[in-house]
Design a binder for this molecule. Structure first.
Ligand code: AMP
Ligand code: MG
Length: 338
């Protein structure tokens, strides 16, 4: 179970019992998608839920590196030999990814996939040291050459690959929220794995409660945050991993080593949109506690809750009571009340 899902699923009873609220789950993009929303016209609410699921499926079929016919797979196949013209949406998302690479001095880098494809976490497969070092030389976002006029992308070296797994779910959540707003829905929560965004408040005028799970115990929460009109993403070393000789190999890769980043157990980011929180949760996980908090504290409207490699909690300045008396973080409730 991923970062926020446990707690979110505990919150459903009240919504589904209330007319006009709809809730649905589906497995898309290799993850659990959840949508909860309200409209007093049930037909519009239904239309909203269906639009979210259809949009998630569309983005998966365009951006999955594992679907051979996806735009992204085509890019990985052809862009090292010639520039490939891509859709507006993919071009902009790759440009946004490069923005986060610049912001994080390369901690966020979609070319991590040049080594990432050598791992299979389900089967416990990883590259040996020589393979990893060779492939790591290809990780460098400067190897992606974007042409703004033609909207084409070329790879500077053969062997370079990209994967949008660190940002595409957040992008999908933002797209879905925009679709819901366009049909007049004002209260909704959309979640794709560890990435969520909420608009409006919950039934009864209360905020949405978001729980950060204990990275080493999926039944426990380490913090509960009441939120409205924000996005929140969690990256964790418990989402996709295997262990070998006591070492955990997981899906968040440090671009300088090609190995899993091991500075913390989870990074939760709160911010205005899910594309940003998704990219930053992956980035801050790679940066580690000190550099990660320094980055978050520099950025307006961004907060963080980190669980370090010893299980200790760290908050960004905006969530510390001493620096911000209006902070919202509460200790976890043993049985969250709807
Ligand atoms: P998240 O759960 O949002 O942190 O996303 C994890 C996913 O991001 C992984 O499964 C990879 O697809 C991708 N990823 C891993 N390492 C990096 C990195 N250093 N920069 C960008 N994306 C990454
Ligand atoms: Mg992410």
């Amino acid at each position: 179970m991923r970062g926020l899902e446990l707690f979110l699923s505990l919150m459903l009873a009240a919504h589904t019992a209330c007319a006009g609220w709809l809730h649905e789950d589906a497995d898309i993009m290799g993850t659990r998608i959840t949508v909860e929303l309200f409209h007093d016209d049930t037909a519009v609410a239904r239309q909203g839920v269906d639009a979210v699921m259809a949009e998630m499926r569309r983005i998966d079929s365009d951006m999955s590196p594992w679907i051979e016919t996806s735009e992204l797979a085509r890019l990985n196949r052809d862009a090292a030999t010639r520039p490939v013209i891509v859709s507006d949406e993919l071009f902009k998302l790759i440009r946004t990814s490069l923005h986060f690479s610049d912001l994080t001095h390369g901690a966020f880098d979609i070319t991590f996939a040049s080594v990432g494809f050598l791992y299979d976490y389900r089967k416990g497969v990883r590259p040996d040291d020589r393979q990893r070092q060779q492939a790591t030389e290809l990780i460098n976002y400067h190897n992606l050459l974007l042409d703004e006029d033609s909207h084409s992308i070329a790879y500077g070296k053969p062997g370079v690959r990209i994967d949008l797994g660190g940002i595409a779910k957040g992008h999908a959540v933002d797209r879905c929220i925009a679709l819901l707003q366009a049909i007049g829905i004002k209260q909704a929560l959309v979640t794709a794995g560890g990435d969520s965004r909420m608009i409006g408040d919950r039934w009864g005028g209360r905020p949405w409660n978001i729980g950060v799970r204990d990275p080493r115990d999926e039944k426990k929460l380490v913090a509960v945050i009441p939120l409205e009109n924000v996005a929140v993403s969690t990256s964790g070393d418990y989402q996709r991993y295997f262990e070998e000789n006591g070492v955990r190999y997981h899906h968040i890769i440090n671009p300088t080593s090609g190995d899993s980043a091991r500075g913390m157990h989870s990074a939760t980011i709160i911010g205005p949109d899910a594309t940003t929180t998704d990219a930053l949760s992956t980035s801050v996980f790679v940066l580690g506690v000190e550099q990660g908090l320094a980055l978050v504290n520099r950025l307006p409207d961004i907060d963080a809750i980190l669980v370090d490699a010893k299980g200790q909690l760290h908050y960004s300045d905006g969530l510390l009571p001493a620096k911000n008396p209006a902070n919202n973080v509460k200790p976890p409730a043993p049985h969250p009340q709807p």
